[in-house]
Design a protein around this ligand. Structure first.
Ligand code: ADP
Length: 402
């Protein structure tokens, strides 16, 4: 084992000799002692040599008390220091231990076993202290690294969250804008159709008056012009009425209640009684469920669909069948006919306002019926569509949630 190199600050040759003798008697460690008499000499020595342990008398010719300790300690923090004090300086010894000295020994009470034990313990404590310090530094580094990682992760998370919040806010704005513009449109359609009625009634009644009073009294051209004006005014009145009915689906909707769709069908058919009889139509149906709905609107829904099924008939008498299928959280209703059918390329077209596939001469109407049906179904949270082929009849479907 290497010798333990000890630097001993001691200006009293007697004390130095005593300690030197005790060290020579050591059993468990072998030490090599270097004695310096002043602080300055010791510091110089420490600057040039490697030392394992310092034995420090605090009272030196060029320094005294804690100053001596502080001076030695400040430049050699990794070397264990054992203080040697006189009896009257015991408090200073204790104080030095608090400030980082490994031990303190009182001159006159020291004997070789005590000194040896103190040296061994001091070295060991210092070694552990340094090792602990190393672990502490490693741990601090790891904590710092982890903190950085967490800060990065936090920043990243914030960017995602921010993005999400932004999209959400944009969506909300869009939704609000949509609701607002829908309401505005609704209002506009209602006001336009409602307020247009009055001047139109004037045009219509005065052209009719003109017709009654002057028909046959002017020339043929004048009679034709008056007739066009009367027809036009009547048609416009019809269109405006239709538009008003369309906008009333939402503005004039009633609250939903449980209704028996079989009763609803019966009511629709009684409204269509004349047309059913005139066309010799056969209407059959399967059992229909109860649903939550605006009663008068579902009557109108069936009425429009069955009315169309009769109107767009072929030569043979109309055969119309109504059924409902249970489909999880909704019912799928179906109205099928054996009529003229629809060219598949127009199946979406016919649900738009005033869009129709035939001239008024062949099939009367303005093209509002299916738009109203779709709006009613959508107000009930459902969807509407049609399957059809030209000449092969049509199947109209709509859903109502349970
Ligand atoms: P209108 O009946 O006044 O024309 P609709 O909106 O009810 O208005 O219908 C739009 C168009 O859809 C009709 O003009 C017709 O061309 C087509 N259509 C609707 N129902 C049927 C049906 N059952 N069979 C064939 N075509 C239909």
């Amino acid at each position: 084992m290497d010798k333990i190199k000890i630097l001993f600050f001691e200006d009293s040759p007697g004390d130095a000799g005593l300690i030197e003798e005790m060290i020579d008697e050591s059993v468990y460690c072998s030490c090599q002692l270097e004695v310096v008499e002043t602080l300055n000499e010791g510091l110089n020595y420490l600057g040039l040599n490697e030392v394992d342990l310092i034995l420090l008398d605090l009272g030196l010719p060029d320094s005294d008390g804690m100053d001596t300790f502080n001076e030695v300690k400040s430049n050699n923090s990794n070397i264990p220091i054992i203080i040697l004090t006189g009896l009257k300086d015991e408090n200073i010894g204790i104080n030095a231990v608090k400030k980082g000295a490994q031990d303190y020994l009182i001159k006159g009470e020291v004997e070789h076993k005590l000194l040896e034990r103190s040296i061994i313990y001091s070295l060991e404590r210092k070694r552990i202290e340094i090792e602990l310090q190393k672990y502490h530094e490693i741990l601090e580094e790891q904590v710092e690294e982890r903190t950085k990682e967490l800060a990065n992760a936090n920043a990243l998370l914030k960017i995602e969250i921010d993005k999400h919040k932004k999209t959400e806010a944009q969506l909300e704005n869009l939704l609000m804008e949509l609701k607002r513009s829908n309401k505005e449109l609704e209002q506009f359609a209602y006001v336009a159709s409602h307020d247009l009625q009055e001047p139109l009634r004037m045009v219509s009644s005065f052209t009719q008056l003109l017709e009654r009073k002057y028909k046959g009294k002017l020339d043929q051209d004048a009679d034709d012009y008056i007739k066009f004006a009367v027809d036009g005014a009547q048609r416009m009145q019809q269109l405006i009425n239709d538009l008003l009915a369309y906008s009333r689906v939402t503005t004039g909707g009633k609250k939903f209640e449980m209704v028996n769709m079989e009763n609803i069908l019966t009511e629709s058919l009684s409204n269509l009684k004349l047309s059913v009889e005139e066309n010799n139509a056969t209407i059959t149906h399967e059992s229909l469920p109860y649903v939550r709905a605006d009663q008068s609107q579902v009557v109108q829904l069936f009425q429009n669909l069955i009315g169309n099924a009769i109107k767009f008939r072929r030569e043979e008498p109309p055969e119309i069948h109504i059924s409902a299928q249970n489909s999880g959280d909704k019912w799928i209703f179906q109205v099928s006919d054996n009529g003229i059918g629809i060219d598949p390329q127009y199946v979406n077209h016919i649900f738009k306002v005033f869009q129709r596939l035939h001239g008024r001469e062949n099939y009367p109407g303005t093209g509002i019926g299916l738009s109203i049906c779709k709006k009613i179904v959508e107000r009930h949270g459902g969807e509407m569509w049609v399957n059809s082929k030209l000449g092969k009849g049509s199947q109209f479907f709509f859903t109502i949630s349970k």
